[in-house]
Design a protein around this ligand. Structure first.
Ligand SMILES: [Zn+2]
Length: 88
């Protein structure tokens, strides 16, 4: 994937060398394309960047006897005073 990016861009550039009026447009388009492909290439060749986001979900604590009781922090159930357990 990463290795293929450069020949594709070279090919497109060669193809449009004859049409001078389109070169400016193509350069800007290719710049955007190159950035996009570079991002995709880095993401595809490297480790998935979204991996570190897992496990950061807000933990919730609930009462075993009262599932409707949900809190962000550990504590005791306001209804029966049981210790809240972490919601799976
Ligand atoms: Zn309770």
């Amino acid at each position: 994937m990463c290795i293929l990016i450069t020949p594709i861009i070279s090919h497109i550039l060669r193809h449009y060398e004859k049409t001078m009026h389109k070169i400016k447009l193509m350069i800007s388009l290719l710049a955007m394309l190159t950035v996009s492909l570079a991002v995709i290439g880095v993401a595809g060749c490297g480790r998935p960047a979204a991996e570190q986001r897992s496990g950061q979900q807000a933990r919730q604590y609930t009462c075993p006897m009262h599932p409707e009781v949900v809190q962000d922090n550990p504590g005791n159930c306001p209804k029966c005073n049981m210790k809240l357990v972490e919601k799976q």
